[in-house]
Design a protein around this ligand. Structure first.
Ligand SMILES: Nc1ncnc2c1ncn2[C@@H]1O[C@H](COP(=O)(O)OP(=O)(O)OP(=O)(O)O)[C@@H](O)[C@H]1O
Ligand SMILES: [Mg+2]
Length: 284
């Protein structure tokens, strides 16, 4: 542990002894590192009597990509679903620059793109869909879509319906649909796990480019450690349940990172440190 470059604000706070005053409670929120975007405090979630999260604290830095990695069933999806406002929690507070999730523009990319894209809409209309809910002129909406298509260097025929596209192309559509609202925060839950390797490498590459260009705060759940490290500014390792932060490991290799990055010494070091912590948790 001691030799790892651990980041501040990651460890779960020890149980506060005695009564927590309102002032002390405020201090917990104030005490986040500079550059923090998302503050999670005292998050508690129970399922059918068993406690998954109990007083969980976390700070997510602004404009960075954080990969969430941990044992099967430790609560990775539950965590990002609670932070993104999809899933209610039993206690605690989650703030985005001090604001509620409802005052924050978020995007979410699901693992199961087949259920996420609208089958009755052409690819282009899937991508445009969320813009209906923003007050944009036609020209502004077009400009947003065009910029996104250019960034992703899209070669597919967007007049096609989802059933006429490959899985990877459907996931590309669903990623662009999540980004078209220009989210401040993007959540992705194992977005590439059902795709072939070539498409995965392509999407990792393009997604990374857009996220870095737009400085989107990103929480990416991945069960592929190479992917988790390659994309991350920070790897967030979780314990088995009841879930806590096992470690946070910074990775500051230059971008753009590619499959070649995974061959570098620095990458291999971060990956093996992550793996060591992961295995320690799994064997507990
Ligand atoms: N709706 C639910 N009702 C009851 N238990 C649930 C529910 N959703 C999740 N759980 C339980 O909470 C735990 C965490 O689930 P979650 O899906 O968040 O884990 P995960 O880390 O994303 O797992 P995986 O690696 O399989 O994707 C699991 O033990 C799961 O069985
Ligand atoms: Mg999951």
């Amino acid at each position: 542990m001691a030799r790892l470059k651990l980041l501040p604000g990651g460890a779960t706070a020890p149980d506060a002894p005695g009564t927590v005053t309102a002032e002390a409670e405020k201090d917990r929120f104030r005490a986040f590192p500079k550059g923090t975007h998302i503050t999670v405090r005292g998050l508690t979630k129970r399922f059918e009597g068993s406690t998954l999260y109990d007083g969980f604290d976390l700070d997510i830095p602004k404009g960075k990509i954080v990969s969430v990695f941990g044992p099967n069933g430790c609560g990775k999806s539950t965590l990002i679903n609670m932070i993104s406002g999809i899933l209610p929690y039993d206690a605690g507070e989650i703030l985005f620059d001090g604001k509620d999730v409802r005052e924050t523009r978020i995007g979410y990319v699901f693992q199961n793109y087949r259920e996420a894209v609208f089958p009755w809409l052409k690819a282009i209309d899937n991508i445009r869909y969320p813009l209906k809910f923003l007050k944009l002129s036609r020209a502004e909406a077009d400009a947003r879509v065009d910029a996104l298509l250019a960034s992703f260097d899209v070669k597919i025929d967007l007049a096609r319906y989802p059933y006429q596209l490959s899985g990877g192309q459907q996931q590309l559509v669903s990623i662009m649909r999540a980004l078209v609202v220009e989210p401040e925060v993007l959540f992705l839950d194992e977005p590439f796990s059902a795709l072939d390797y070539e498409m995965t490498l392509f999407l990792r590459d393009r997604l990374q480019k857009v996220l870095v260009e737009r400085k989107v705060t990103t929480l990416l759940v991945s069960h592929d450690l190479d992917e988790a490290v390659e994309l991350a500014d920070e790897v967030l390792l979780l314990t088995k349940k009841p879930t806590r932060v096992a470690a946070r490991i910074a990775y500051d290799a230059p971008r753009p990172r590619t499959a070649d990055t995974t061959l570098t010494e620095d990458f291999i070091r971060v990956k093996s440190e992550s793996l060591e912590i992961f295995l320690r948790e799994v064997r507990k």
